[in-house]
Design a protein around this ligand. Sequence first.
Ligand code: WT7
Length: 640
Amino acid sequence: MSYPYQIKSLEQYKEAYKQSVDNPDLFWGNIGGYFQWKRRWEKVLEWNFTEPKIEWYKGAKLNITENCLDRHLKTLANTPAIIWEPNDPEEHHRVITYKDLYTKVCQFANVLKSNGVKKGDRVCIYMGMIPELAIAVLACARIGAIHSVIFGGFSAQSIADRLYDAQAEYIVTCDGAYRGAKDIPLKSVIDDALIGNRTVKRVIVCTRTRTAVSMIKGRDVWWEDEVKKVETLGLVDCPAEEMDAEDPLFILYTSGSTGKPKGVVHACAGYMVYTNYTFVNVFQYQRGDIHFCTADIGWITGHSYIVYGPLSAGGTSLMFEGIPTWPDAGRFWDIIDKFKVNILYTAPTAIRSLMGFGLGPLQGKNLSSLKILGTVGEPINEEAWHWYDEHIGKKKCPIVDTWWQTETGGILISNLAGVTLAKPSWATLPMPGVQPILVDENGKEVTEKEDGLYKGNLCIKAPWPSTIRTTYGDHERCKKNYFSTYENLYFTGDGALKDEEGNYRITGRVDDVLNVSGHRIGTAEVENAINMHAGVVESAVVGYPHDIKGQGIYAYVIFQGSHGDEAMRRKDILQTVTRIIGAIAKPDKIQFVSGLPKTRSGKIMRRILRKIAEGETQNLGDTTTLLDPGVVEEIKNGKI
Ligand code: WT7
């Protein structure tokens, strides 16, 4: 059985696209018809980008978990919903059917309730990649609590900031997490994050590594004990809370070009419809296919294409606890062989890193089950694209290059596997309902070609169902960040090229946001962390091309303390960044300088610093407006 709204040919794509633009209400109204609602909508779409106010399926009532679980029970009760592969290949994998998942989600939803969680409350989830993470997410959605998952690599300080911003009263975590050869002490990080916190009432701790943890009376409880309690009470089902279409489903923090990370808010109905629609169409999902998305649920990719998209489509989602290079660089290929994976969705950085191990790790691995490959998170270079195509897809699997963002909720620009044409390093065509536009700095549409291509800042003209609704607690910030740069447009922060056929190639961020191994990091955020070090006077952070990570982090630092030698100071700075943000934000290079190139008005000229970090010291452009041009010479000579 397939999906009635699955696009099967280029003609159908063109037709769907045209209808979605000409009559979005009709188009998305039809697709909405394939979901389970507690009450139908009064109006499909109402919007303006000035406030902004975006409402999809207005007036409708639903619960996303009824669409992910209950409605599949009749036909898919014994179909695997989640297949879980542990970090250690010697440990047994788990298969969780739709029936099992329904039961576990209801049980944990009852646990949340019995611990006081109510509709609208914020629940912070800080766990490793175990099935209980997906269960916790769905259990929140079941009772209408707003989940905010924090990736396991973030520090206590980052968690504390997010807890405060979301005013979260509940936390779900694990004792620890396994990732490759490492055990990560999650609960202990949470304990640090909670020092001085007066808002959090309850911490529910799931057992995974059974490392020693402190359990504070009155605050901390074990997941397993709580589940037993609700079992004893005979609670099996948990009614799905009736949610308004526009009620927030979750908050997910992401980095911007300024200040602290912002809490991107997605709404129940639009997010459900759009992640399902894109999952089914981009990956051309067929019933029974095993979909392996290698992202962590701590990022939007995991939310949309491990949990909500696949499950709302009745699909089988493979969830992997570990990392691609442990115990060796053949781990992904072992998993594909073991479970006969049909769709692999991963990041260019992983492909490049695995490429580096040569073909040895592929020896003896049967990848013939693969039908479709996908990439996400950063531009994919042609070399990596061809390696993926040749050695993983054996030249018979279409590759989808999916461009999107935390704020977009789902894929906006991508080819549809085997349906529309792939073009190496091009994300290609917009999804139905998505209207991109390239504009110049003044917001004027780019109409002149440069070397045969249109080139500009990528914006979107109208809302798609999973458009960001607000930034939690600060709507003004949402407006300013995304809807004010250019009037009546959503600004993505990316630059792009477009060809004559309407294909898009994303060239990367045009703001001060870095993309390191597919992780989004703001330069200002890293600078703030470096500046926390007692000996640091000032710093400037830029990105530079990195063979595997895509971008590396280069920090220029003015240091004044007398403590330690340079090597020691570097280590201290790295330790500071790890404390303040997390290891993912550690600079790859730190260069100590006596000054930074500034204009007379005191603005750091990052353009120059970027060029030096890229190793291009010749054409630095106009430096005459600098306060002290001499500092550039010094920085150039000291480049590391
Ligand atoms: C930024 C969004 C979307 C899930 C993962 C990242 C970059 C994302 C692509 C792609 C080129 C891409 C953009 C975007 N990006 N996908 N296929 N080709 N660039 O989500 O952390 O919100 O980051 O990732 O620069 O703005 P995110």
